[in-house]
Design a protein. Sequence first.
Length: 745
Amino acid sequence: MGRAMVSKQETYEYYLNLGHSLAWDQEWEKAVNAYARALQERPEEPDPYKYLGLALMQVKRYNDALKVLMKGHKLAPDDPVPLERSADVLERLGRLKEAATQYVNVAEIYLAQRDIEKAIGNYERATLLTPGLLQIHFRLAQLYERTGRRRAAVLQYLTLAFNFQRNKDRERAMQAIERALRLEPSNVQVLNARRAIESGELIAVPQLQEELPSDSKQASSAAPAKEAPVTLAESHAAGPLGEATEKALAHLAEHLLEGGLTVAEAQAIQGIELQKIGENAQAIQAFQLAERQGIRHPALYMCLGSLFIAQGQWQNALDYLKRVQDAAYAAGVAHGMGQAYLGLGQVRPAAEQFVRALQLADLQLAINPDEASQLTAVYNELLSATKQMQEYDLAETCNEFNRWLSGPDWKVRIPQTRRAIDDRLRGGSKNELIDIVKDPSIVEALTRVDDYIRRGLYTLAADEAMWIIERQPTSLPAHQRVAQVLMEEGQTQAAITKYNVVINSFLARDDRVSAAALLNEVIKIAPMDINLRLSLIELLEREGDEMRMLDEYIGLAGAYYQLAEIDQARDTYLAANRMAQRLNAPIEKRVEILRRLADIYMTRLDWRQAQRTFEQIRDLVPTDDEPRRELVEIHFKLGNPIEAMRELDNLLRLYAQSRRGAMILSTLESMVAARPAEMGLRSRLAAVYQQLKRIPEAIEQLDALGELQLDAGLMQEACVTIRQIIQLRPPNVEQYQALLAQMGC
């Protein structure tokens, strides 16, 4: 009798929820049938198409999935999910260009919805599938800039420069490099790329460098995250409790329909129908009657617990919710128990359950284990803070927690709020968390500030941050946001001043770790600010972190060099070199310092110091040819041709041992071209030509060598050279023989 009353809409909702339940349990074949049945009931509704499409993907019916998803896209063109899944299908089918185009289309939809993170994910996927999408690389670079991921933006600009150069568009390649340098003026990869373009050499393939902590969380994943089954349905306005109740209704219906329809099962089905239409008192009676007649199932207890919450019967609600031991309902159970304890006036267990509900709901939304670990730490601190509060304040806090867990956007609000709390924890002492919990409007305001900054609404962001500072003048995260806004608006010096206020506040609290981390961030923004670098070095010295001090000394010396303060740069590199030797730093680090010192000496034409420095590099890295080449040139400049030849022979021996014969020839040819009067160079080049059977070139070099020897009065050496030429049988051998006789050799 109950089933006859079921409407078409109720049948649709029943099969849709059944499909969600089956999807959660990974029973995809059954889910396909359930979603298909829902689609039959409401073919004009777009939702069943995207869920059926996902289920078809899971059972590898890709062509069917593609057709279903594209129909869903036509019904809801502003919903990115069907299009995103169709792109995934195209990728699995090997239709990569079509998939890339689809991912771009998906990204455009997300951008229109101001969901920058998902837009970035889809753009990245498109570039992976079809390299060379220059417009998309540019869009990615801009989006990374907007979201503060400088290193990721730099990689995109480098990729643009790489592609422009391969397309022989030098001007646009250089423009892309300049955009990258604006973000990171001291980035070695970018500086090398600029030198390559200027010298006409090809840029190396851009490589992603080690990211900043804030960057690495967001930019490492190129592919859009696949949705977990828990997020298939839209966020229920009643929060985790409402979501768990819907899930329980579907699970219970499935369980009841598996067997024959007994009296108890009929009562339970009637309870399901009554609960769906809001007849809560009658639903409770039906479910309890079914329970007395033998129905024992966690979904039944979940439904009853939710009904008693709705009726305000708090103790009955607790009794049933405590009997639910199914992890699928854990977040909803905690949410419901929090409400029940709060209704009974037991605020401490209520707070504990609400925090547990927040954590479980957030864990369901976490996209990787690292994020899950981080958020667990935040909620542990949040729980600890609630235990230190007075009961009056705690009651208000519980009401606020309950509000966070409700409304159509709770799935968005919870991770945003948790990130704001995490930021506050890292930005101040843990004792301040009590103030946050007492006044959660501060957390929400910080979330709004971040949203305004992402959207480029800097005036609104600054106003909101100043409102926080008026409420809590010591709020370091708010001061940091003000500094970030100033930086985005181009007010670099004002931003640095504000950052210094925050850094000094950290130091006043003896929070050196946070001060050092923030100094690092500010130095990346203002790499030429000497005072910032000196402050960080002093802080690291107090911490005893000498390896990081070494890196900062190198950075400080580089800043001096960029500011044309060459003496300070040299002295700082020398100090860094002494520290590197004392610390037995990695060879790569020591060589980096010595190379920069050598550059300074070469620029100043201090050949003696340059010689000593390159000799140190040569001894540290015997297989590196560059210091040996430099030493050859330096010895020539110092008028030491014998030392130059000795170093050259070592260099040529290195090339021979590493089977780089082409380098032997090119090195000698370039050196002869630069110093045509050097007899030792001519002699060695002639010998190489002879080995390569390039006799005319060998004769040409020997002929030039003989003339140099005659001009220098080296008669015996000239005779030896002429005999070498005769042995090579040149066409005019008689002339050389006559010359030899004339010389009396």
